[in-house]
Design a protein around this ligand. Sequence first.
Ligand SMILES: CC(C)(COP(=O)(O)OP(=O)(O)OC[C@H]1O[C@@H](n2cnc3c(N)ncnc32)[C@H](O)[C@@H]1OP(=O)(O)O)[C@@H](O)C(=O)NCCC(=O)NCCS
Ligand SMILES: [Zn+2]
Length: 202
Amino acid sequence: MILPTVRIHASADVSTNVSIGQGTSVWNNAQIREDASIGEECIIGTGVYIDFGVQIGDHVKIQNGAFIYHGVAIESGVFIGPGVIFTNDKKPRAINPDGSLKSNDDWEVGPIRVCYGASVGAGSVILPNVTIGQFALVGAGSVVTRDVAQQALVVGNPARQIGYVCKCAARLTPIQENLYQCPDCKQQYSFISNSLFAEAIR
Ligand SMILES: CC(C)(COP(=O)(O)OP(=O)(O)OC[C@H]1O[C@@H](n2cnc3c(N)ncnc32)[C@H](O)[C@@H]1OP(=O)(O)O)[C@@H](O)C(=O)NCCC(=O)NCCS
Ligand SMILES: [Zn+2]
């Protein structure tokens, strides 16, 4: 059942067997396949493809033309830029060595998780078996081949870490040993056991 507060453009192709939370909008020519689950107040842009069984949290924005294949989990608050592609088989083949067509059962799905608050820049490609940490930022056009740490900023092909970002997305500046500050909102962070923690505002 689709709730009355959910807006689905007439040209979108939404399976009857999906769950969509209140206040979510699905724009033109988007396709959402069976057993997908989308949370509340999400925006699913024009031409987005959401494969069967994909799990998406609340307040997620998926920009035009992003392809999200089976095996991907997207937590709440995530931003997916236009044209982002999530892959799900690291060693794809259409045929077997004898030339016969491979079936869907031959597809080896490698999972991908995008954690709370993270952003994936336009045109990026995410390889299987990767976790993108909370509030991490993947620069436009990156090819992500390995896990991305919480609040890490990664760019390029292959994506390499070039720094850390604030929860507001500005790049953090080191101000003293194990203390980083956001130039925009002034929030400070430090590492405890390899994880970045926001300092209480003094
Ligand atoms: C990664 C990003 C956040 C960096 O922004 P920034 O901190 O202001 O960085 P700068 O522009 O000062 O660039 C710093 C360096 O990184 C490089 N760089 C920046 N973005 C890059 C990218 N996407 N890929 C590769 N290198 C990049 C710059 O060339 C520069 O290199 P240099 O020091 O050798 O000259 C930004 O460039 C980006 O890609 N944002 C995502 C935009 C997007 O996709 N939005 C989606 C909605 S439309
Ligand atoms: Zn900030």
